[in-house]
Ligand binder design. Structure first.
Ligand code: PEP
Ligand code: MN
Length: 336
């Protein structure tokens, strides 16, 4: 069950509600986010919702039987919108394009990508400075120095930053330079990191694990919300299968299914999803038609020279065409 409390509820009323929830045999978890104050009741017993609903201080109450609760659409029907400021809003009614290199490599590269994004009115740039790599000998990112440079150029040009955070200790150092923290597929169930991002309050893009189920993804998102942060978007980035003709299997089934189960925005990453640059465009267009709220993809001035993931990275010419076509597809979808 979820109880939304009235704003600024006095301590004695809160205590009375907590006692009542415990009294019916439920465990009561208090959750305070940047938006509101809730009690999440965990239990299986049947109860009369009216008894709790009429208690002073209760603004709203719902039964939610799913394992994840605060992120469930059974409780919140209206889609969540994530406002990054300066008119950049992610979620229903908008189609957000996030593009940039797999890794931040140099100041020149940042300048070129920023110029490309600006020319195409793209407001969010991606780029990793802390890179999870399968081999310890591969390029592992420019770290904070790269992030500061990334931030400086994006701020000057009105572009928001999404970049991956790999561990709890990096959050504080990255905080002032980031608009959206990305949680990578390999960290999708790093529960300490999810807890800490819940407390950090910045928007988070949470990727699906390499072999993660949707249920696991949703429960991971619940970790972030229940620690105080409602600004979460989910990202389908392909899952591992027996097929080896492409890097991953982009599971577009996940888009409508997630959108039915949760009020959070759903983003698709076709670059990691298929892993082949020639096929990023059709999969991006399919993602738009499947109902995605946005796409995050990799682009670079010279993909063949990229420090990481060049094989799935489109050049600026291909990127420009992709942006135009995704916008056309979104318009068509909105007209249905
Ligand atoms: C990335 O976005 O470059 C990345 C490493 O993604 P994922 O965590 O989905 O592999
Ligand atoms: Mn990559």
């Amino acid at each position: 069950m979820i109880i939304q409390l009235q704003q600024g509820i006095p301590a004695e009323l809160l205590e009375a509600i907590l006692q009542e929830v415990k009294g019916i045999g439920f465990k009561a978890n208090e959750v305070k986010t940047q938006e509101a104050h809730y009690i999440v009741g965990i239990g299986k017993k049947d109860f009369d919702i009216r008894t709790l609903g009429q208690l002073p201080g209760v603004a709203d109450i719902h039964r939610v039987s799913d394992e994840y609760k605060l992120i469930s659409r059974k409780w919140r029907v209206n889609p969540t919108l994530i406002d990054l400021g300066d008119g950049v809003v992610i979620g229903e009614g908008n189609f957000s394009i996030m593009a940039g290199p797999c890794s931040i490599e140099s100041e020149r590269q940042i300048e070129l990508v920023v110029e490309h994004l600006k020319a195409n009115n793209v407001k969010i740039m991606r780029g990793g400075v802390f890179k999870p790599r399968s081999s310890p000998y591969a390029f592992r990112g420019m770290g904070l120095e790269g992030l500061r440079m990334f931030h400086q150029h994006c701020r000057q040009n009105g572009i928001k930053i999404i970049t991956e955070v790999m561990q709890v200790s990096q959050i504080e150092d990255m905080m002032d330079y980031v608009d959206v923290f990305q949680v990578g597929a390999r960290n999708s169930q790093n529960f300490n990191l999810l807890d800490a991002l819940g407390e950090a309050q910045k928007p988070v893009l949470l990727k699906r694990g390499i072999s993660g189920t949707l249920e696991e993804l949703l429960q991971a998102a619940e970790y972030i919300f229940s620690n105080g942060n409602e600004k979460i978007m989910l990202c389908e980035r392909g899952i591992r299968s027996y097929e080896n003709a492409y890097r991953n299997v982009l599971d577009l089934n996940a888009v409508p299914v997630l959108k039915a189960k949760t009020h959070l925005p759903v983003i698709v990453d076709p670059s990691h999803g298929i892993g082949l640059r020639d096929h990023v465009e059709p999969m991006s267009l399919a993602a738009v038609m499947a109902g995605a709220d946005g796409v995050i993809y990799e682009t670079h001035q010279k993909p063949e020279e990229a420090f990481s993931d060049g094989q799935q990275t489109v050049n600026f010419q291909e990127s420009e065409r992709l942006i135009k076509r995704m916008r056309q597809a979104f318009e068509l979808r909105e007209s249905f």
